[in-house]
Design a binder for this molecule. Sequence first.
Ligand SMILES: Cc1cc2nc3c(=O)[nH]c(=O)nc-3n(C[C@H](O)[C@H](O)[C@H](O)COP(=O)(O)O)c2cc1C
Length: 346
Amino acid sequence: MPDLYPLARRLLFAMDAETAHHATLSGMRAADALGVLGLLTGSGRSPDPLESAVEVMGLRFPNRVGLAAGLDKAGTAVHAFGELGFGHVEVGTVTPRPQPGNDKPRLFRLKEHGAIINRMGFNNPGVAGLLANLERSRKDFRGVLGINIGKNFDTPNEEAIRDYLLCLEGVYGAADYVTANLSSPNTKGLRDLQNAETCRELILRLQERRESLQAGHGGKRVPLVIKIAPDLSDEAVAALAGVFSETRIDGVITTNTTIAREAVAGHPLANEAGGLSGSPLTEQATAILARLRSELDPAIPVIGSGGVMTADDARAKFEAGAALVQVYTGLIYRGPRLVREIAVMR
Ligand SMILES: Cc1cc2nc3c(=O)[nH]c(=O)nc-3n(C[C@H](O)[C@H](O)[C@H](O)COP(=O)(O)O)c2cc1C
């Protein structure tokens, strides 16, 4: 099966980045509805399913590669991403109430670097809207569904925990696992929640609420995951590792996008505000993963995100101790072939 993605990419890269994003999602949904997505991309479950199952956080993942949060923010294409071969799909970030996000333009390709800068600002349909979308889009999806939660832009940080609790309550029944995103650079004050004391309180409150939700959902226990930034000092990572080990959080995702720009210095778009992802992030994210892994209770799994552009990048994350990996920017630059390459890796 020839790889059609280079051609599709040429068309998509001729559009502005956000238009291309919406066109891709619509195209995927349409092809999926016709049952031809896996065949068209040469990457899907047919003819040979991408199965090499692992158990992580008590859940069975069909393979070790997932879709990182932010691509299917509104949860409209979960089954379609499953057809591309993803073993798990993380939707969101969702906030309690719908919100439009930042003004456009807010998404930029730095092609020469295999990178993206985004300052989307959690544009999302809110918890109720997400749940309505999932009802349709996750039907027959056989992978693991993560739901990534955050706070509304106008919720002051003192009340941030309330937003996370509202989201947890809202999405509990629908989620296989829930990720608390403390690391987007595009919501003012969000990353301050990574302060060890604040983070401990947030985790304890989420765990306490989970206990009652578990009882109300027939004993269904939803693993809680924390997603952290790549821009943390060694001391901050060590402090967080202590909190994660002590609270026995179920998992950690390293990392979100970076606010650093050294790797793309001199590029005309380098000074756009927002988070940088893709190739310039690969090593920085793997270094944080390795650092956290070395300090963290070995029983707590870490999920590697950040600059997975090739199977070798994924291998480096696994060697640094990742149980699973996630991709976003790599999918934009490499297409669905990347998913297959990682899924079949031994
Ligand atoms: C356009 C865009 C939007 C994103 N939105 C979110 C988001 O809503 N929540 C989140 O936790 N991460 C978000 N991310 C971060 C990705 O999930 C991922 O952690 C990061 O991009 C690093 O991986 P990558 O280099 O494979 O893209 C976003 C990334 C991009 C490029």
